[in-house]
Design a protein around this ligand. Structure first.
Ligand code: TRP
Ligand code: ZN
Length: 869
């Protein structure tokens, strides 16, 4: 028949307020997917049933329609309407069986969405959010749930044929072909459909649920990578147990499969019983994987597993509700990781991501509520705000309720909504009903953009022995959201005796007694005050412990008080927060660095022996990108770099022998557990780079020896970095050695690209050398990100000719080839408007020029928003 040529009937911008339930439910869908070298035939049979008045709308994109029958009768062209976005069946009966055949071309699909060729011997799917419509015509929206039966047929050169659910049957299909028939008993939306056709090895294990269900666990990867799936397998079992223990949620199918591919746009995807993962989030082996990457594997495995309940069993009514599943699931995976390693360090790492990605996003032209109310392209809303701020909102409610009540709340959520497609309102209502605490005010957090500012003033009254806090909150006005309201802010706090360093028991004026509980004060108004009694001398206040709310805090700490907290706070996260606040003042407000140097020395020298992991984080100096996010006008990347370098040099010098001593005495192999070993490796790498700063004559030899004498990737890369970034005599030799050693390990080669792209003086020739290297590949997002990631870690280069050229050129290419990735790339330049002149005007001109050339919805929407300041 025909490929649609008419203009799309779908409106440009979609609004939350326009939501209407689907006219038809789909009771079941039988899919038959037959893969050939140069095309794939997809036949489907849908049983549909009318729910509401309205047309039967089947969404579809880039599909060649071969035939359509309704209740056995072929439709003539007058009986349906087809355009480039949908197929509308006119006068559809209330009950109908729809049979459709289409032809698609996964072998030439470069967008990595729908069904696509992901390597020589592998086809996979990616259907969230709207990829299923590129496989067949279907009501491809998350509130249509159905039972999927899937037959997959392919040449036997693809021995592995997978789909969601239980394997019912396999058999011969003639001409060297075979098939597998799968059925998923749980109703699910189409975005959770997956199938895999390929030549892969499998790692198997088992898990017995708390209910006694035996689950077969399978991780599929290329044969050479199978041994690197052990850590992920253990993380999967740990996650299954954790969700039983902490949320009472056992697994519900007899198998759980994970498939690894390097051709993947994001981290991983929670398809029911058949997760598909970026290799970077599943393969882990200390010889080729850094400690940080191993931690990420564990957290993404947990994240996708936890989606089985928060996302799959209970899904989203529409894509505006994305943070319902993502925010809650990120909060759950963060909590899992807190239990796995040091809770304080996990929180530090999560807040660092929030502050360096979400805060700037929310302060610029791409700002949107955690639950957006309109979009052009939903793929553009898989953002730090939806994920990380969404997680913070769940966390705030959990903090306020405490463990027991939060569990009662989530129990009620699962009891009410299992099997449904729901909204953020449903979530907050269930949590309130289950816990008995009205949380409805938290909806404001989901509905409005911007990071609130929390202003606190303290007053100590010697005569009355009281300590009073005045709190105020405000948000920067937002053109599109004129009436921003106050939000409920849980303020976790502690008071310390300034002389002994001891934590005080909080005694509060009667009026607030109910509100101060376990050190958490719920601040809900525009302003409020709170008074502590029987405070015998002026205390040191510690605010937002564990970062109890995602706000920008203004409190006139003295540098001495921050130094005090750095040494005496018992909450490791707040020790770190004190270092960051102090350093931010040094870097952006010209405070002297001495108080910091003195305090960090006092604290870290001891801590390296008792908690090396925390010690390594306390040495963090805010990144140039984070600092940039704090500057809204006249941003000069070179000036910031110079200041930051000066501070690092001062730290290097001030701690003197400490670096050499630590480097020589700390032994990763002597540590009791992985976390501590990780801390020691991190500290030794910091020490190495500090020794390079003070011009230690032996440092390159030490680095060269570390590079060659280890089997651990964190150590090898730490050494490589110091040699390459300092243009050491050995630099080219070790780079070549690294390449030769790891040329078959794509994820290690990503690191090799990244380190070079992150060279402090990366120039056009260097970047061109990387992008014209035979291993540079625009079909592998990981490889693209290795270079962009390296470049953007150095704002001076990012905003210079070399960076802007790279990003503009790349976005143009990806606009056609892979718009999801293209749209993400260009966001690296979203803070262009903060630059000092003439850079601001120059970069703006490049963006305007780009704007005139791009065509994909994804990139067009992003660049339009970026330029709307
Ligand atoms: N739902 C996935 C997760 O967060 C992420 C996801 C959304 C995704 N869209 C995607 C992954 C497109 C890959 C490609 O767990
Ligand atoms: Zn997710």
């Amino acid at each position: 028949m025909n490929i649609a040529v008419n203009a799309p009937s779908v409106p440009e911008t979609v609004y939350l307020k326009d939501y209407t339930p689907p006219a038809f439910a789909v009771d079941s869908i039988a899919l038959d997917i037959r893969v050939f070298d140069d095309h794939t035939i997809v036949s489907s049979k849908l049983e549909v049933q009318r729910q509401h008045a309205g047309d039967l709308i089947l969404l579809g994109r880039d599909l060649e329609l071969k035939s359509i029958r309704v209740n056995g009768q072929p439709l003539s062209e007058e009986q349906y309407q087809l355009d480039s976005e949908q197929l509308l069946v006119k006068n559809a009966p209330d009950h109908a069986v729809i049979e459709i055949e289409v032809i698609i071309h996964p072998e030439s699909n470069t967008q990595l969405e729908g069904l696509y060729l992901a390597g020589k011997d592998l086809f996979v799917t990616q259907n969230e959010p709207e990829g299923f419509r590129k496989i067949t015509f279907y009501p491809d929206r998350p509130d249509v749930l159905s039972v999927f039966t899937t037959r997959v047929e392919a040449d036997k050169k693809f021995p592995v044929l997978l789909a969601n659910g239980n394997l019912l049957e396999t058999g011969e299909a003639g001409e060297g072909r075979h098939y597998a028939l799968w059925q998923d008993p749980t109703k699910k939306p189409s975005y959770l459909f997956a199938c895999v056709i390929g030549d892969l090895e499998v790692l198997r294990d088992r898990y017995t649920t708390i209910e006694g269900r035996e689950v077969a666990l399978e991780i599929y990867a290329e044969a050479k990578d199978i041994e690197k799936c052990q850590i992920a397998m253990q993380a999967l079992k740990d996650s299954m147990k954790w969700d039983e223990e902490h949320y009472g949620r056992p697994y519900d199918l007899d198998n759980y499969m994970i498939v690894a591919t390097s051709a993947f746009n994001m981290g991983a995807m929670e398809n029911k019983g058949l997760n598909i993962f970026n290799t970077s989030c599943v393969l882990a082996d200390p010889e080729v994987t850094t400690d940080a990457a191993i931690m990420r594997v564990q957290s993404v495995i947990a994240h996708e597993y936890f989606h089985n309940w928060t996302g799959n069993r209970i899904t989203c009514r529409d894509w505006f509700q994305l943070c319902l599943k993502e925010g809650l699931t990120v909060f759950r995976d963060q909590s899992f990781s807190e239990d796995l390693q040091s809770a304080a360090v996990q929180r530090i790492d999560d807040v660092a991501v929030l502050k360096s990605h979400q805060f700037p996003e929310d302060a610029g032209p791409l700002s949107h509520p955690a639950r957006p109310d309109h979009f052009v392209e939903i793929n553009n809303f898989y953002t730090a705000t939806v994920y990380e701020k969404g997680a913070e909102i769940s966390r705030m409610m959990a903090t306020l309720l405490g463990k027991e009540k939060f569990r009662q709340g989530t129990d009620e959520y699962f009891r009410r909504h299992d099997g449904q497609a729901v909204t953020v309102e449903d979530w907050v209502a269930a949590l309130s009903a289950g816990s008995g605490v009205d949380l409805s005010a938290f909806l404001t957090w989901y509905n409005q953009p911007g990071t609130p500012v929390l202003d606190v003033q303290a007053d100590y009254d010697v005569a009355a022995q009281t300590y009073t806090l005045q709190l105020k909150q405000s948000v920067k006005p937002h053109a599109k959201y004129p009436d921003l309201k106050a939000v409920p802010i849980p303020v976790a706090l502690a008071l310390f005796d300034a002389e002994t360093g001891e934590q005080l028991t909080l005694e509060c004026e009667d009026l607030f007694q109910n509100q101060v509980k376990d050190g958490v004060y719920l601040f809900e108004q525009d302003s409020a005050s709170i008074t502590f009694k029987h405070v015998s001398r002026k205390p040191v206040l510690s605010l937002l412990r564990n970062f109890s709310a995602p706000v920008n805090l203004n409190f006139a700490y003295s540098d001495e008080e921050l130094a005090f907290l750095l040494q005496h706070e018992s909450n490791g996260f707040n020790q770190w927060q004190a270092t960051q606040t102090l350093l931010e003042r040094v870097l952006l407000q010209d405070h002297p660095v001495d108080i910091y140097l003195h305090a960090i020395q006092k604290t870290v020298v001891e801590l390296v022996n008792t908690d090396p992991l925390l010690a390594s984080r306390l040495l963090d100096v805010p990144s140039e990108s984070y600092l940039a996010s704090r500057i809204d006008v006249d941003y000069r990347p070179v000036a910031i770099e110079e200041k930051r370098e000066a501070v690092l040099n001062a730290v290097a010098k001030h701690l003197g022998d400490f670096w050499k001593n630590s480097y020589q005495t700390l032994d990763p192999d002597a540590q009791s557990d992985f976390s501590q070993a990780m801390g020691v490796r991190s500290l030794r790498n910091i020490a190495l780079s500090m020794l390079a700063r003070v011009g230690d004559t032996q440092v390159f030899d030490l680095a060269d020896a570390q590079y060659h004498n280890t089997l651990n990737m964190t150590e090898r890369l730490g050494a490589l970095r110091v040699l390459v970034w300092n243009d050491a005599p050995q630099a080219q030799q070790v780079l070549q050695d690294f390449y030769d050693r790891f040329k078959d390990e794509a994820l290690a080669i990503d690191q090799w690209f990244m380190i070079q792209a992150a060279h402090p003086h990366a120039d056009q020739a260097l970047i061109e050398g990387l992008t014209s290297h035979p291993d540079y590949d625009l079909g592998t997002p990981n490889r693209i990100r290795a270079v962009t990631g390296g470049l953007s870690s150095r704002p001076v280069n990012l905003w210079g000719e070399v960076g802007v050229n790279h990003f503009v050129h790349l976005t143009k290419l990806m606009d056609g080839k892979n718009p999801i990735v293209g749209s993400r790339m260009i966001q690296a330049l979203s803070r262009w408007y903060t630059l000092a002149e003439p850079q601001r005007t120059e970069v703006k001109a490049r963006l305007l020029d780009l704007q005139a050339q791009v065509t994909s919805k994804n990139v067009v929407e992003t660049i339009n928003r970026m330029l709307s300041v």
